[in-house]
Design a protein around this ligand. Structure first.
Ligand code: PBG
Length: 323
């Protein structure tokens, strides 16, 4: 009698495979990142991210309602300001594009979804770095923390439920937590980009936010070669009061995601970034893979590696398939 074991039995029909599936993806586990462009009178397609738009205030509102109706778990907002300056003033201005958009969505959706905001300076600075620069042109960690604290308060007062600091400054979670506590916003949480690698795959996003970055972010984002460092970042953020931790990018760092999921005692998110999105879209457009199967496989893999929540530009479409 050979073979004695036949694993294929459990794969024999769709119903059988469904019954024994270990990993599932639910719409409520997906978060949609969205861009809003100041002064735009019409939504602008993002060339390197087919299907993704820079929204106007109005189209953002409509798309957000649609996303919530599709069942996605939350929205992550990014602002594209009309004017940028050296210190990223648009980020702390209550009338800055991101804060205005948060206020719009809060008025529209209340607590029906989880409103998250990117808490970082790169969208708002004319040099494109995630922090302010010192007199030598280096990113000044502690001066940046001061501004992050002010941004945090502005975003919460505009309606954010969860803040997403993505600048990789040391001590950012602690600085934001204490700014929130001082302002009385004790119930607003922090989704810490605890582990964020310096990745070539952010390319399309930088177009999406019209980034003017010269050079790279290697003095603050992590080296793709390291995983021990990622675990240290997670421990520090948990220590400083992170309510959730995120790993980014996702697909190229599934081993890191697994390690973080084992270390973390708070929910873990993963960000399937713009370049990961663009790669699959390009392959599908070329007829090199089946688009829907590839997207669902990528989301399943990110969940299987340990993510409780996945930020993905396909959130709405995938939610439709998964319902
Ligand atoms: C920084 C930020 C970035 C992304 C999210 N927040 C870009 C960067 O560090 O250059 C990238 C998201 C993506 O590529 O989809 N504010």
């Amino acid at each position: 009698m050979y073979p004695a074991h036949r694993p294929r039995r459990l794969r024999s029909t769709p119903a059988m495979r469904r019954m024994v599936a270990e990993t599932t993806v639910r719409p409520s586990q997906l978060v949609l990142p969205m861009f809003v462009k100041e002064g735009a009178t019409e939504p602008v397609p993002i060339a390197n991210m087919p299907g993704v738009l820079q929204h106007t205030r109005d189209s953002l509102r409509k798309a957000a309602i649609e996303a919530v109706e599709a069942g996605v778990g939350g929205l992550m907002l990014f602002g594209v300001p009309e004017h940028k300056d050296a210190v990223g003033s648009g980020g702390i201005d209550p009338d800055g594009v991101l804060n205005v958009a948060l206020r719009d969505l809060k008025a529209e959706l209340g607590d029906e979804t989880v409103l998250m905001s990117d808490l970082c300076l790169d969208e708002f600075t004319d040099h494109g770095h995630c922090g302010v620069l010192d007199e030598h042109g280096r990113v000044d960690n502690d001066a940046t923390l001061e501004i992050y604290g002010q941004m945090a308060v502005a975003q919460v007062e505009a309606g954010a439920h969860l803040l997403g600091p993505s600048g990789m400054m040391d001590g950012q979670v602690g600085a934001i937590r204490s700014a929130l506590e001082r302002a009385g916003h004790v119930d607003t949480g922090i989704l810490a980009y605890a582990v964020k690698y310096s990745s070539a795959f952010y390319g399309p996003f930088r177009d999406a936010v019209e980034s003017s970055l010269q050079g790279d972010r290697r003095t603050y984002q992590q080296d793709p070669a390291n995983v021990r460092e990622a675990l240290r970042e997670v421990r520090l953020d948990l220590d400083e009061g992170a309510d959730m931790v995120m790993v980014k990018p996702a697909m190229l760092y599934l081993d890191v995601l697994r390690a973080v999921a084992e270390e973390s005692d708070v929910p873990v998110a993963a960000y399937q970034i713009s370049g990961e999105y663009a790669m699959i879209e390009a392959a599908a457009a070329g007829g090199w893979c089946d688009r829907r199967t590839a997207i669902l496989e990528s989301l399943t893999s990110i969940r299987r590696a340990g993510a409780d929540v996945v930020l993905t530009y396909w959130a709405v479409e995938a939610a439709g398939w998964l319902r």
